[in-house]
Design a protein around this ligand. Structure first.
Ligand code: AMP
Length: 542
């Protein structure tokens, strides 16, 4: 027997319809690529995204067409997304931090037909356009006055392109499982892989992530997604913020401490989200200037492990709650969040920090388990670690084009490639990427635990741990550090600081000091590159 309720397809453009109807005057503030701070509203974004839809349709783009976007978080970028989705197209976010050849490879794999690009990325598009034969329209997210004086390409400004339309457009209707968004991930080995979101998965992810114990979204919040829209949908915030009518503050391309602080302060931001590197810059700026964060209530930190010292500083010095989160492009992306369950509400001080070092627990809509290599499930005892597997309505079922099929099993469990343990109350802790974990004498050593501990030393700015070949133990840990400006701690001081806080056999065999640690385009430490740099390294214990 079927229920007698309405079949109301979960389509993303219904989110912007809702925002315009119920929260039409709520502001979206953006640091524009041209420079000035711009202000618009959900009502305006709604109307202008319909103009985008009209212009796309007039140019012959529609259902299933992949339309790339190469842009920072701005109101125009949001309008482009909703316009693309509203004609049944697929927004395809490109990460400008990748090499132009990688961007071209990804665009060719996706067969992008059009691209919206920020003014600042026109040189990238100029470098690759002739290598992407499917591309037939280039729209620059600016107005005529700011367009490049000359270009070898046929460019049109966004404002002149939508100018002739009136916004009187009925969104297209189709099944909720229709594709609406795309993002390539290079998190795993081999070529980048395309994750193809559906309207249904994005709407469900927004509903799931907005919950009080997840991101805790509300119309009363002012949200600054520092995490870019090209990094897994800005962790879904471009969908969940309009779904609740929160004010959005878009940082554009300026993520240095001073620029982020300026917007946090002038726009009275209450909630923000980004990777640890961004917060390192902000905390550095606050320390230098003595400024405080009187408006900010909550910061969500994920993308890589949030160091304990960072959580402590935000909470104890600035009075800002930290929510440590874990996720993946393949999960839309949120997989777990570290909000505090009743059983832990009485924790304070270092016990609370111990809990917050974990990546949190899965919200409704994410199933989680850990297994050994033979797929035998491990207990949730907070120490047995194994491969972390997930499934749910906003988790990928396959990669675009069928690559990486071995990561998905018959029961729809997706092998994340992360290694983790889970405690009795469901709190999960990532101990490594499967390919980074150090295997010493048949046992595993978590590089993330060692890195977190090392950055707790007052003189250390950033730390990375890799396994170095060892004649007796197979691999032993090498700690690689960048020191804070003007600080020169000795290797012995760092090791003494770590001693007693971890098992003896986890202690790094050596410490190397460097000026730079390589990062991927999404801000993660590039361990493959570090392993290459230290390929010839001989440990003193070898
Ligand atoms: P991406 O798809 O680029 O967002 O990368 C996903 C990967 O980032 C995950 O599989 C993890 O390895 C890593 N990651 C994300 N969040 C965290 C976190 N809070 N702690 C440790 N690793 C994380």
């Amino acid at each position: 027997m079927l229920g007698l309720m309405q079949d109301w397809p979960l389509l993303c453009h219904k989110i912007i319809d809702y925002a315009a109807a119920q929260h039409g005057s709520r502001e979206i503030v953006s640091r524009s690529v041209e420079g000035p701070i711009t202000r618009t509203t959900y009502a305006e974004i709604h109307m202008r995204s319909k103009k985008v839809a009209q212009a796309l349709e007039a140019d012959g783009f529609g259902l299933g067409d992949r339309v790339a976007t190469l842009g920072w978080n701005t109101a125009r970028h949001m309008e482009a997304w909703y316009g693309i989705m509203g004609v049944g197209g697929v927004y395809h976010t490109l990460n400008p931090r990748l090499f132009p050849e990688q961007i071209a490879w990804i665009m060719n794999h996706a067969e992008d037909k059009a691209i919206f690009t920020d003014l600042s990325f026109v040189p990238i598009v100029e470098a690759i356009a002739d290598k992407v034969p499917s591309l037939r329209k280039i729209i620059v997210l600016t107005d005529d006055a700011h367009m490049p004086k000359e270009s070898k390409l046929d460019l049109v400004s966004y404002e002149s392109w939508i100018q002739g339309y009136d916004g009187d457009f009925a969104w297209k209707e189709f099944d909720e499982n229709t594709a609406c968004g795309m993002c390539y991930t290079s998190g795993t080995t081999g070529d980048p892989k395309g994750v193809l979101y559906s309207h249904r998965s994005n709407v469900l992810h927004a509903l799931i992530s907005a919950q009080p114990d997840a991101l805790g979204m509300s119309s009363n919040e002012t949200i600054m997604p520092v995490v870019p829209m090209f990094h897994a949908n800005a962790w879904g915030i471009a969908h969940s913020a309009p779904m609740v009518g929160a004010k959005i503050v878009n940082p554009g391309g300026q993520m240095d401490g001073a620029s982020i602080y300026e917007l946090l302060d002038t726009e009275k931001v209450t909630f923000t989200a980004a990777v640890p590197t961004v917060w390192l810059m902000l905390l550095g700026y606050l320390e230098e200037t003595g400024k405080m964060l009187p408006h900010l209530k909550r910061v969500v930190i994920g993308g890589s492990a949030c160091p304990r010292a960072m959580t402590e500083k935000f909470q104890d010095v600035y009075g800002v709650d930290v929510v440590h989160a874990w996720g993946m492009t393949e999960m839309s992306p949120l997989g777990s969040l570290g909000s505090i369950k009743p059983v832990y509400q009485s924790l304070t001080g270092s016990e609370k920090l111990d809990l917050q070092e974990k990546q949190g627990y899965a919200p409704f809509g994410v199933e989680m388990k850990i297994t050994d290599d033979e797929n035998v499930e491990h207990p949730w005892d907070s120490k047995t670690f194994g491969r972390l597997k997930v499934r749910g309505p906003a988790v990928a079922d396959a990669y675009y084009g069928g690559a990486g099929a071995e990561q998905f099993d018959d029961e729809k469990w997706f092998d994340t490639g992360d290694v983790a343990h889970i405690n009795e109350h469901g709190y999960m802790q990532i101990t490594d990427r499967a390919k980074d974990v150090i295997k010493s004498g048949g046992e595993w050593i978590s590089t993330i635990d060692l890195e977190n501990l090392a950055v707790g030393h007052p003189d250390i700015q950033e730390a990375a741990v890799i396994g170095i070949v060892h004649p007796k133990w197979d691999e032993r840990p090498l700690l690689i550090c960048i020191c804070k400006e003007g600080k020169t701690p000795s290797k012995e001081e760092i090791l003494a600081f770590m001693d007693g806080k971890i098992a003896k056999w986890w202690m790094p065999d050596d410490v190397a000091f460097v000026n730079e640690i390589p990062h991927t385009a999404t801000g993660k430490i590039q361990k493959t590159e570090l392993r290459k740099q230290f390929a010839e390294y001989v440990l003193p214990t070898a």
